[in-house]
Design a protein around this ligand. Structure first.
Ligand code: C2E
Ligand code: MG
Ligand code: MG
Ligand code: MG
Length: 278
């Protein structure tokens, strides 16, 4: 209808819609500038063996320190970075900085363990992704055994057959792959079996109400059992309380990530943890 109204069609758009469109353009422009000006910071969140209270790795989580707005949550800007394609460049920036930092800690004789990085399927689809990763490994002095890539279950399930092919190629060079936000994305056992993955990350929505919510108890136990039968590691994210941690460890999920042990922190604070312990 609006199409046939000729040059007056502009009045048919709601002001709310144009405001949002404008916000997106502004955001995209400032994201682009932020990348150029180095406004993105990599935080790290410890991943811990909950049986021994021993740190075995950490997840890189990006933060945007905008000169106009201050610290911006990735929940706000990652979706925009994804829809504009900027995510490819942003995640390469994060990879470079996180891998440089991890290698630095190893050089100092510290033990940060495995570095887990969040990537989108769009990144993995880039023709030069493996080449980029290999170049980064060489440049930073990061060993491939230290690196793990996280892809969300729903991203994998958009085009599962393509994802299987791409992830196979990537795992062939020795990189570990974890399925993030697992349990929210409807993957079938038959696909899981075909995917060259090493680890399932139990989504925090199932952890939040443990051990009281019966459904979450059932889902969590089912994911742990699924991981065990497929010979995969399993880790729970969003673990905030001792009760949640104890429930998970007692039920076979010893790998724990969450505020109970540590929030995501900037490199200097993580360095203190590596020296003094959790
Ligand atoms: P995610 O990969 O599932 O990361 C876990 C999120 O849960 C992080 O939020 C983390 O700070 C938060 N979290 C960890 N432990 C707890 C806890 O005990 N309680 C609560 N309430 N939250 C906890 P964050 O850092 O805001 O990141 C949100 C999402 O943004 C991430 O979810 C990931 O999907 C995306 N993201 C973050 N950094 C990157 C990145 O460098 N690249 C890409 N592509 N995505 C990223
Ligand atoms: Mg993640
Ligand atoms: Mg997650
Ligand atoms: Mg998430």
């Amino acid at each position: 209808a609006a199409k046939n109204e000729g040059r007056n069609n502009v009045r048919y758009y709601s002001s709310e819609m144009t405001t949002r469109a404008l916000e997106r353009v502004v955001m995209e422009t400032s994201l682009r500038a932020g990348l150029k000006n180095g406004e993105f910071i990599v935080y790290f969140q410890p991943q811990v063996n909950g049986k021994e209270n021993r740190l075995f790795g950490m997840e890189a989580l990006v933060r945007w320190n905008s000169p106009t707005v201050g610290l911006v949550s990735p929940a706000v800007f990652i979706p925009i970075a994804e829809s504009t394609g900027l995510i490819v460049e942003l995640d390469r920036y994060v990879m470079k900085h996180a891998m440089t930092q991890i290698a630095q800690w190893y050089k100092e004789g510290l033990n940060p363990g495995i570095l887990s990085m969040n990537l989108t399927m769009k990144q993995l689809q880039q023709k030069d992704f493996i080449e980029y990763l290999k170049t980064l490994l060489a440049e930073t002095g990061c060993s491939i055994e230290w690196v793990e890539l996280e892809v969300t279950e729903d991203q994998i399930m958009i085009h599962p057959d393509e994802a299987i092919d791409i992830l196979r190629e990537i795992s062939r060079i020795g990189v570990k792959i974890a399925v993030d936000d697992f349990g929210t994305g409807y993957s079938s056992l038959s696909y899981l079996k075909k995917l060259p993955i090493n680890k399932l990350k139990i989504d925090q929505s199932f952890v939040r109400e443990l051990p009281d919510d019966e459904e979450d108890v059932a889902i969590t136990k089912a994911i742990i059992a699924m991981a065990q039968s497929l010979n995969l590691d399993v880790i729970a994210e969003g673990v905030e309380t001792a009760e949640q941690k104890d429930f998970l460890v007692q039920n076979g999920c010893i790998n724990i990530q969450g505020y109970f042990y540590s929030k995501p922190k900037p490199a200097d604070e993580i360095r203190t943890i590596l020296i003094e312990g959790l």
